[in-house]
Write a protein that binds this ligand. Structure first.
Ligand code: GAP
Length: 522
């Protein structure tokens, strides 16, 4: 993972937010290449949802909504994680993510000091692995009491109450053995105030999911789009969660983007649509370069499902730091429409013309994380390999990002073989001008051609187009072009097309480049 994080910074995919001020935990900035990758991902999702199907319409809701939305949706009361705090370091953790520990726990009642009021009652416990002496527990306990305003030299003794063997306990910090606080419920929504007066009535939240605006606007969208069930509303946008422990690079952030579809279906058909969407989404991941074999489908057990869900599949990807959730596909039943109908007093039912009756639609929701998918694309694409340098023939390590051309931030690098030959430069610029309005390409004339190829390999650019002397003087030998059509000896206006993954080079007529690239990237 460190190599991927370093490459992301080096090549301008992802930077730490507010880096020059020491950063902000859980927030990230996408650099020039990262933003292109992210945009390609979102555009492709949008195209698959709203362009190539006619049963889904697009939507863009506001981030700030009336606080009543979050009360009715259940987020104010139930969107929370259990939080524990290390009594020694004050570091906070999600209680349900604490690795169970076994060992001997030493429970101290407090300390005896050499101050006037000698005995200080302040319970604290430390867990040490089986077989380790109490001395190591005492060391941690002393640090704890020293942190409570007692100098080490003042502590005459630690007052041990008892010691006992514990198995699989989550009451101690796995990093240092110190006792953790009792779990307390921590709401994950980021609170803010609307307007100049910061009182209770001005409170609202930065949306923790994009979904709610689509439920609240269900009636409006239905009316204007004249759709019949089943139909969906799709949205891509920012969401915010005050995660207790942001970690694993962008994987768990406090600000992130979601690509969410709310697919409204007839009552009773939710489970069937849940399975249909599972298949659809697995196929979609393959189309962006994440093989099915790397995605694990978890049927989320009842006890772990979100409060609104009647059935959920998690699509999990094999990240270098473990198998972790990429997307959740949930059968939300009619929970949300019902809640909003009741709380707002406005009808959100669907009138079924065939049945001549009204009912609340059920919802199946595939909800994917943009940032997590970008991270999965980077992990999937990253490769380090030993290759022969294309110019010197020497062995070297090549770092390459093998993005599918569809996702690649830049589709082609365009190079004049030499920068001091105006005819080569002019031709390369001409190709750049032709391609630029239609796809992202990059012109580069600096350094040897081998170095330029290595650079685009690291950036994940699938094609290199080199204008060389054969372009101007005619091909040396007859060959078959990348498109399959013949190139004759002496034919002018052909270029070298170099493939990132195989490093294979072939010729292609300049006039065929656009059509060829288009078939690869669309
Ligand atoms: N509307 C349903 C919903 O929000 P979720 O499983 O909580 O469901 C959906 O979130 C997706 O959003 C996740 O599968 C993940 O990809 C992304 N996501 C959730 N929390 C995230 C976080 N803290 N950082 C990055 N992505 C996150």
């Amino acid at each position: 993972m460190e190599k991927i994080v370093a490459l992301c910074k080096r090549r301008g995919f992802i930077f730490q937010s507010s880096e020059i001020y020491g950063g902000l935990n859980g927030a990230w900035d996408y650099g020039p290449l990262g933003v292109e990758l992210k945009r390609n991902l979102k555009d492709y999702w949008w195209k698959c949802m709203t362009q190539v199907r006619d049963d889904i319409v697009g939507f863009d809701g506001s981030i700030l909504m009336n606080a009543a939305v979050w009360k009715a949706s259940g987020h104010v009361d139930t969107f929370s994680d259990p939080l524990v705090e290390c009594l020694l370091t004050k570091k906070r953790y999600r209680a349900d993510q604490i690795e169970p520990q076994s060992g001997t726990a030493y429970f101290y009642k407090g300390i005896t000091t050499n101050r006037a009021e000698a005995v200080i009652a302040l319970p604290f416990a430390v867990l040490v692995p089986k077989g380790k002496p109490e001395a190591s527990a005492q060391k941690t306990a002393r640090q704890f009491y020293a942190g409570r305003g007692y100098a080490e030299a003042e502590i005459v003794s630690l007052d041990l109450e008892k010691s006992e063997v514990v198995e699989n306990s989550t009451a101690f910090n796995p990093e240092n053995g110190a006792q953790l606080s009792e779990p307390r419920v921590f709401n994950l929504m980021l609170k803010t105030y609307i307007g100049p007066v910061q009182d209770e009535s001005a409170i609202t939240y930065l949306r923790p999911e994009t979904a709610q605006a689509m439920f609240v606007q269900f009636k409006n969208v239905l009316e204007v789009s004249r759709k019949k069930l089943p139909f969906g509303i799709a949205q891509i946008g920012k969401a915010f969660r005050n995660e207790i422990n942001p970690r694993n690079f962008t994987f768990r952030s406090r600000e992130f983007e979601q690509m969410e579809l709310e697919f409204f279906v007839k009552p009773g058909t939710g489970p069937e649509w849940l399975n249909k969407w599972l298949e659809e989404r697995l196929t979609w991941y393959e189309a962006i370069g994440i093989p099915r074999s790397k995605i694990h489908v978890l049927t989320v057990p009842d006890k772990d499902r979100a409060f609104y869900s009647q059935g959920t599949y998690d699509l999990e990807y094999e990240f270098p730091f473990g198998i972790q959730e990429l997307e959740g596909i949930a059968h939300r039943g009619n929970y949300d429409l019902k809640q909003h109908q009741e709380a707002s007093g406005k009808p959100l039912e669907y009138f079924d013309e065939e049945l001549k009756s009204k009912y609340l639609a059920e919802v199946v929701e595939p909800s994917a994380g943009v940032d997590r998918t970008v991270l999965a694309l980077l992990c999937e694409a990253f490769a380090e390999e030993t290759v022969k340098d294309e110019e010197s023939g020497k062995e070297e390590t090549r770092v390459v990002l093998r993005f599918t051309p569809r996702m690649a931030p830049v589709k082609a690098g365009i190079f004049p073989l030499l920068k001091n030959k105006p005819e080569l430069v002019a031709k390369a610029r001409e190709i750049q001008k032709t391609l630029q309005p239609l796809m992202k390409v990059a012109y580069d004339e600096a350094g040897s051609i081998g170095k330029r190829y290595r650079r685009i390999d690291e950036e994940g650019t699938p094609f290199g187009i080199t204008v060389d002397f054969e372009t101007l003087e005619g091909a040396k030998v007859a060959s078959t072009s990348a498109t399959g059509s013949p190139i004759e000896a002496g034919q002018k206006d052909t270029v070298t097309l170099r493939h990132r993954d195989s490093m294979k080079q072939e010729r292609i007529a300049i006039g065929d480049i656009f059509g060829y690239l288009l078939t690869k990237i669309s």
